[in-house]
Design a binder for this molecule. Structure first.
Ligand SMILES: Cc1ncc(COP(=O)(O)O)c(C=O)c1O
Length: 446
């Protein structure tokens, strides 16, 4: 794995068998057998008297340096994370001037700074879901919010209903609590509500975790009638739901006026809504939030204080400044993302004609259907072609999804064209090779 990730470059000399055996420590026979296997796979070469060194099988992997100028590094398509909006620097200046009034206080805001909570609450109210500031808890990103909400509803051995595919870091959060994800596959049209009804009945999950707005990774959005039906199902099963709205602001084609109401408008008492400024403004601020009933919000804060005592004040004020200001920068981002999405689709059609790409109406990613179950092989080989990818299996509750690959369009158009061209070469190599590659590709994902 270190070889294909480029951390052990071709030519790296390996210690003698005895030294490896002492350092690990394992038996010399095991080391010898492992080296034989690596030689067979073409990842290690040895010559009597000269020792052993890392190599790459010709025609399958090529060293990263052949293809990627060192200063450019890898094209990171594992994270779907755009850069900061251009108005962020000016907002920072404005907040710096206002900091003295906050510096006189203690700076601990377990619920979040009131000014920001008011602005977030008003946005829900404007979307048809009346909300007061005591229903908002500001968190350090949506991921933190997911963790807090899961801690409130689940414990070891509990089942959590999720979509299949789902957001990998949420799946990791569920597993890290020793809870069990119960996947309900999405169809090509989106949510299989009868399937969700059956899973609610049969698996009796403690809670559901769902992304209904520009679902990561498929890009689907559940319409208002679907939300109403889902609300009925949750009520009937008395199952609470964590609804992750991290991508809700990235509606690339539609008129925001036509957007379906938030899921909580259909089952307020059962829904905990998660929001984030990461995709709409910048992930580096690490600002997210939870909207819940006042009672649940209070309990979430009690859960939080064993782990942290609030989110940094400066970043909260910065988010408030951005939310209170004009949304022209965000509108510009939507236009730019729509363009990048279309560039990536066109480039993939040119360079990877065997892959099926659906055009999502929002969000940050394409969910590509591959022509064979080769997602991990593509992702592994792509590293040596200068592209970092998260294979389909990362989006699965229990492995699989090898016929799928998520490709974000958060990078500039010329980089996306370059990435598609490289992926075309990788696809051709994978189609022509029989080298087996398996195992997990643990790249960081967003
Ligand atoms: C569906 C979803 N939830 C949560 C997150 C994490 O967001 P944050 O950066 O606010 O923690 C992401 C980021 O990609 C996401 O796509």
């Amino acid at each position: 794995m270190l070889v294909v990730e480029g951390q052990l470059p071709a030519g790296t000399r390996l210690p003698a068998e005895r030294e490896i055996a002492d350092a690990l420590p394992v038996s010399r026979t095991l080391v010898s057998a492992a080296l034989d296997q690596l030689r067979e796979d073409g990842l290690v070469a040895s010559r009597r008297g000269a020792g052993s060194w890392i190599t790459v099988p010709s025609g399958v992997f090529r060293p990263v340096t052949d293809l990627v100028p060192a200063e450019r590094g890898l094209i990171d398509l594992a994270r779907a994370a755009p850069p900061a909006l251009p108005n962020l620097a000016a907002a920072m200046d404005a907040v710096r001037l206002r900091m003295p009034e906050h510096l006189a206080g203690h700076g601990y805001h377990e619920h979040g700074v009131l000014e920001l909570r008011k602005l977030i609450a008003d946005r829900y109210s404007a979307r048809g879901l009346p909300t007061s500031p005591d229903q908002i808890v500001v968190t350090s990103g949506a991921q933190h919010a997911i963790g807090l909400a899961l801690r409130l509803f689940t414990g070891p051995g509990d089942r959590v209903l999720v979509e299949q595919p789902s957001y990998p870091n949420a799946l990791d959060a569920i597993r890290s609590m020793s809870a069990i994800p119960v996947p309900v596959p999405l169809t090509s049209e989106g949510w299989d509500l009868p399937g969700i009804a059956a899973a609610l009945r049969q698996a009796a999950p403690r809670v559901a975790y769902l992304v209904l707005d520009f679902h990561n990774p498929t890009g689907h959005r559940l319409d208002a009638p679907g939300r109403a039906r889902l609300g009925e199902l949750l009520r009937r099963a008395r199952t609470p739901a964590i609804i992750d709205e991290s991508l809700v602001d990235l509606d690339l084609d539609g008129d925001p006026e036509d957007a379906p109401p938030p899921m909580a408008a259909f089952a307020d008492e059962l829904v905990v809504t998660i929001g984030s400024a990461s995709k709409s403004h910048w992930g580096g601020m690490r600002i997210g939030w939870i909207r819940a009933t006042p009672d649940v919000a209070h309990r979430l804060v009690s859960t939080r204080t064993s782990v942290d005592l609030g989110t940094p004040v400066f970043e909260q004020l910065l988010t408030a400044e951005l939310l209170a200001g004009s949304d022209s920068a965000l509108r510009g981002r939507r236009v730019e993302l729509a363009l990048q999405r279309d560039v990536l689709i066109d480039s993939l059609r040119e360079h990877c004609p065997g892959w099926a790409v659906r055009r999502p109406s929002g969000g940050l990613v394409l969910w590509c259907g591959l022509d064979a179950p080769i997602s991990t092989r593509i992702a592994v080989m792509a590293q040596s072609h200068g592209v970092r990818l998260a294979p389909g299996a990362r989006f699965a509750a229990q492995g699989g999804l090898e016929r799928w690959l998520r490709l974000p369009y958060a990078l500039p158009s010329d980089v996306l064209r370059d990435a598609a061209r490289r992926l075309g070469s990788v696809a051709a190599l994978v189609a022509g090779s029989t080298t087996a590659i398996d195992g997990d590709l643990a790249v960081p994902v967003a």
